[in-house]
Design a protein around this ligand. Structure first.
Ligand SMILES: Cc1cc2nc3c(=O)[nH]c(=O)nc-3n(C[C@H](O)[C@H](O)[C@H](O)COP(=O)(O)O)c2cc1C
Length: 281
């Protein structure tokens, strides 16, 4: 019964992404590379390759490697404000991909239209109801709402506030919730509010086979974020910049992605059971 409740709640997200678990492994610049994407998608969730500000040739190679690995759906995330965005976009338009995610502020209308022409399913981030509606008018197929709890993200609005503003108002397309979700408990509650699924950052992705988080942190420092090394490597969290959401505090162990996702589902089922019990009282 609790499992059936969850199945019903996430049906729309499953159908949209074409996966067993409508859990997106949120793109993390320099961390979400082809091995990690494959591990997530092969475990039944939805891996997302991070374009970040990779040199264009590297992105091409990563897309090629990703295409070779999982036999299940996955996506590519491009950052519209990255200096290499135009080259990334041209390549994605050339090859046509099933799922594209545009991040980094409001995506240019022309980029949306061109991606849609290739037949890709396009997901964008919506920070307000007005922007959500404008993205829908532009032809966006699904939305992600991401609160300031999200690691590596500095939006001003919390996930809970975004969820209460957007989930009851936007029904036309699936909406995925990101930021601060560290367990199956929160996942069930956002699903009950109308989310089609969730997107998780580091919590979902502490996977042995992928490049290590420390290694990735160093790359982030090199290419993207100024003070990350000071925080992550030297431990100076006062002057440094920590690129992880608070939900990373729930990470107690390094586990294969499949195990992390199984744990997430167990927690979700247990929470659904509690909810059903409360309703019976
Ligand atoms: C190190 C790091 C890098 C990230 N890079 C990106 C990115 O390139 N594009 C993007 O859309 N989101 C990026 N994010 C946000 C994640 O995709 C995800 O939405 C977020 O981490 C979810 O919140 P959580 O960390 O609380 O689970 C990044 C997050 C982290 C922790």
């Amino acid at each position: 019964m609790p499992r059936e409740l969850i199945e019903k709640l996430w049906q729309r997200g499953r159908e949209f992404l074409g996966v067993e678990l409508p859990v997106m492994g949120g793109a993390m610049s320099w961390i979400s590379e082809s091995n990690l994407v494959a591990a997530i998608s092969n475990a039944g969730a939805f891996g997302v390759l991070a374009g970040g500000n990779m040199p264009p040739e590297m992105l091409k190679e990563e897309i090629r490697r990703t295409a070779d690995q999982p036999d299940r759906p996955c996506g590519v995330n491009l950052i519209t404000i990255a200096p290499n965005f135009r080259s990334h976009l041209d390549h994605v338009l050339d090859i046509g991909l099933p799922f594209v995610i545009l991040a980094g502020g409001l995506p240019p209308r022309e980029a949306i239209a061109r991606i849609k022409q290739t037949g890709s399913r396009l997901l964008c981030f919506a920070p307000t109801v007005g922007i959500a509606r404008s993205l829908l008018r532009g032809g966006v197929d699904a939305l992600i709402i991401e609160g300031h709890e999200a690691g590596g993200h500095i939006g001003p609005i919390s996930t809970a506030v975004l969820a209460e503003q957007i989930l009851p108002r936007i029904h036309e397309v699936p909406v995925f919730v990101a930021g601060g979700i560290g367990s199956g408990v929160m996942m069930v509650h956002y699903l009950m509010m109308g989310a089609a699924g969730v997107q998780l950052g580091l919590v979902a992705q502490i996977e042995r086979k992928a490049i290590s988080v420390k290694e990735a942190a160093l790359k982030l420092e090199e290419f993207w974020i100024g003070a990350l090394r000071r925080a992550v490597i030297d431990g100076d969290v006062t002057r440094g910049s920590v690129m992880a959401g608070q939900s990373v505090g729930r990470v107690k162990d390094i586990m294969p992605v499949r195990q992390i996702l199984e744990h997430l589902i167990d927690e979700a089922v247990a929470e659904a059971e509690q909810i059903l019990k409360r309703l019976e009282r």
